[in-house]
Design a protein around this ligand. Sequence first.
Ligand code: NAD
Length: 495
Amino acid sequence: MLDVKRIESLRHAAVAPVLHVIDGTSRPSRDGATSEVISPLDGRAMAVMAWGTAADAEDAIAAARRAFEDGRWSGLPPAERKRIMLRWAALIEAQALDLAVLGVRNNGTEIGMALKAEPLSAAATIRYYAEAVDKIFGEIAPTGDDVLGLVHRAPVGVVGAIVPWNFPLMIGAWKLGPALAAGNTVVLKPAETASLTLVRIAELALEAGMPAGVLNVVLGEGKVVGEAMSLSPEIDVLVFTGSGGVGRRLLENAAKSNLKRVYLELGGKSPNIVFADAPSLDEAVKVSAMGIFRNSGQVCVAGSRLLVERSIHDEFVARLVRATEAMKVGDPLDPATAAGAVNSLAQLEQNLRFVAEARAMGRAIATGGGRVLEATGGYYMAPTIVTGVNPADSLAQAEVFGPVLAVMPFDTEDEAVAIANGTDYGLAAAVWTTSLSRAHRMVRRLRAGIVHVNTYGGSDLTVPLGGVKQSGNGHDKSLHAFDKYLDLKSAWIRL
Ligand code: NAD
């Protein structure tokens, strides 16, 4: 149960100026620059934050480098790093609701989901990797008797992490958990429009006993701070979640600088495929609506293309429209809200451009299509269903990252697979069917990092998340995530 009184008391609470966390201290930008933080709930300034330049990024990178090289973190026994990280997770958990409300005011996600998906998920992720780190062993190679071949797993050094605004704590923790547990030091750059909670948890890491310089947070624009990180010769690995355009730029900058390894978690245009033999159309309708419209569609794995077998298409769409229109859109701090605010005015305008284009092409808007609650000053959009979309339309090819669903009918399994695989992306997919054989066939045939069967979303930490094709090249979550942050190092010892 959400503590509504507490939420209301925090709704307009003053937020102290938000500073960088560099080398164990909270500090302003070197040039003193700041930026207003605009809340998507009402379009008003809710805080002021430091606005960094390349000089601030370089300070943070230098602090992380010093902290790595002197072994103040990597040199601790793993069990000691674990102890500090478990304390950190407990501090995050103890402040979960306050962190969730601050995050919602900053990025617009509905509070029920934000509490679970943000601070509580971040605490669980940090705990998961902390608990794992003293259970990772090296290897002894099967050599002849005259040598001993050892395979060590060594931290890579300084990790740069650049994260988006849709789930800053969850995605941030997916990077910080394994990177820090493995003994690396980190420079983290949050998204411009969702920085506040990440600064808070970095402060909590210090409180938990993490040494200065191990986790640094630099605020500011991607093309300034993020650019400096991607060009830095002192960052060994860059992990990124965000758009494909920025991902390309990071690869270019890695090539121009020190060939740092770059791991990308990018966008998607994920197909949600409903066959006529779905086990329960009611369940498929309910879950499909949430699969696209929660967090106003600002979810990398959102089921933004709905493919429905033609024999049930009209009935399914009619039911989906009813379920969608029953969703409460608006104030994300109201626990009854199912879809909160769009993160920024720029994102809202982009969503509306996609709808206008579909309309101009003669596609049908079955529900929604416009901005709502404009008088609040906030950025709200009605969940929108567009039918009769052609698989070649930009609405079927490009990621909107908003509450806009493109619906297409299909006749055969082969046609569904062709449409589903017919984009540049390959992040997530779902299949609704009672046929066990078809379910397994589809899992094999769909090109995606995760295929859901008779559900949408909801995987936990035990399985990896990553894309294929232009959805990315690395994996967050699960023990596989350690691979990005640990180098294999061999020792060949003559006996
Ligand atoms: P974005 O690419 O605009 O920004 C992501 C981050 O990159 C931000 O911190 C931003 O400041 C930074 N950045 C921007 N320009 C930069 C530059 N030139 N150099 C370095 N850093 C730069 O993406 P966004 O709008 O914040 O997030 C939405 C995107 O993220 C969507 O495409 C979504 O699908 C994707 N996403 C993917 C996953 C996943 O796990 N695959 C999860 C969530 C979001």
